[in-house]
Design a binder for this molecule. Structure first.
Ligand code: NAP
Ligand code: ZN
Length: 352
């Protein structure tokens, strides 16, 4: 084991503060990474504040962060995929059993024995896993991604969660040319959804509660913008969508969006509000609509997404901050006030 600097929350009500954590020395199959940038996902905020206590209670101290980009500093003797000096990415997953049908099909995110990057039992240390608000991380080579060299690193970090979480359902539901696609909420996930659906060739409509984000949405690739609190604007789109991706972090009226779907249209939820949503029967019955969910994506699909972003030169629009501003960033994230992802420059931790 070795010590590394990190930022952790000591309880659901404490601010994040500097600390030192122990990581394992790299074993034969491990890659050690010096973290350069780590995105701030709304999931970090939910978990630090223990808002998902009923599903996955937070174990403190909690070191969040699962949008990690860095440089390989050391590899174990059995590592063939990476060498010291390579760029590397780590997302929400750091392990799975590799033997179950889900893993074999490339759905590591649905493996019963998957290990999330933070706040999950860590079989190496006996504690919980610690995420990317840290100097370094040690990860099995099978869960380390290749980051295309042409991408800006601060903007590439959020691809590891916001990118794959939107890419996977867009891909699964056949989004492409000739499809009318809605994205709900222009936050970290939503703005990636707009960029990716646009690059896939769809007609993209962005739904927002923030009228001030309208011009940005058009610049990011939306063909139309609807202020969702305006019922007339919403009604104009009734029954017209093939697919809608809902990336809202808080309680909201899902039925208003189900009504916008055409025959066999689907709305997929990726947002994870703590409170159950109220779903009315009739909007689903009419036009045989469906409502589903989606969780990040598998490792191979994450690599596919990174390669797609490399090819189309897609990164997240980021506000780069030093780690010392992380608590301020959380307060702004809670108010839907970020354009459109915070990316922490981890050099600020090293020099602290
Ligand atoms: P974010 O950057 O905070 O964006 C959320 C957006 O939702 C806001 O920008 C806002 O957009 C909208 N919103 C916020 N409060 C709202 C309200 N009360 N009513 C209506 N709209 C509201 O968050 P994020 O990082 O994109 O994450 C979004 C959600 O996805 C979180 O719950 C997160 O935990 C979850 N998540 C899920 C997965 C998965 O695998 N399924 C992965 C990552 C994250 P407008 O201002 O445009 O309205
Ligand atoms: Zn995330």
């Amino acid at each position: 084991m070795y010590n590394t600097k990190a930022y952790a929350a000591a309880s659901a009500t404490s601010p994040l503060a500097p600390t030192t954590i122990a990581r394992r020395d790299p074993t034969a199959n491990d890659v050690q990474i010096e973290i350069l940038f780590c995105g701030i996902c709304h999931s970090d905020l939910h978990q630090v504040r223990n808002e998902w206590s009923e599903v996955m209670p937070t174990v403190y101290p909690c070191v969040p962060g699962h949008e990690i980009v860095g440089r390989v500093t050391k590899v174990g003797s059995g590592v063939t995929k990476f060498k010291a000096g390579d760029l590397a990415g780590v997302g929400c997953l750091v392990d799975s059993d590799g033997t179950c049908p889900e893993c074999k099909a490339g759905f590591e995110q649905f493996c019963n024995n998957m290990v999330l990057t933070y706040n999950f039992p860590d079989k190496h240390t006996g504690g919980v896993t610690y995420g990317g608000y840290s100097d370094t991380i040690v990860v099995d080579q099978n869960f380390v991604l290749r980051v295309p060299a042409n991408l800006d690193l601060a903007g590439a970090a959020p691809l590891l969660c916001a990118g794959i979480t939107t890419f996977s359902p867009l891909h699964h539901w056949g989004v492409g040319k000739g499809k009318k696609v809605g994205i709900v909420g222009l936050g970290g996930l939503g703005h990636m959804g707009v960029k990716l659906a646009h690059a896939m060739g769809a007609h993209v409509v962005l739904f927002t509660t923030s009228p001030g984000k309208k011009d940005d949405a058009l610049r990011l690739g939306a063909d139309e913008v609807v202020v969702s609190r305006n019922a007339d604007e919403m009604n104009k789109h009734a029954g017209s969508f093939d697919f809608i991706l809902d990336a809202v972090s808080a309680d909201h009226d899902i039925n208003a969006y189900i009504n916008l779907l055409g025959r066999d249209g689907n709305i997929t939820l990726v947002g994870a509000p703590a409170k159950p949503l109220q779903v009315a029967a009739f909007p689903l019955l009419f036009r045989r609509r469906s409502f589903s969910g989606s969780l990040i994506g598998g490792i191979a699909e994450t690599q596919e997404m990174l390669d797609f972003c490399g090819k189309h030169n897609i990164t997240s629009d980021v506000e780069v901050i030093p780690i010392q501003k992380v608590n301020e960033a959380y307060d702004r994230l809670a108010k839907a006030d970020v354009k459109y992802r915070f990316s922490i420059d981890m050099a600020s931790l090293k020099n602290a």
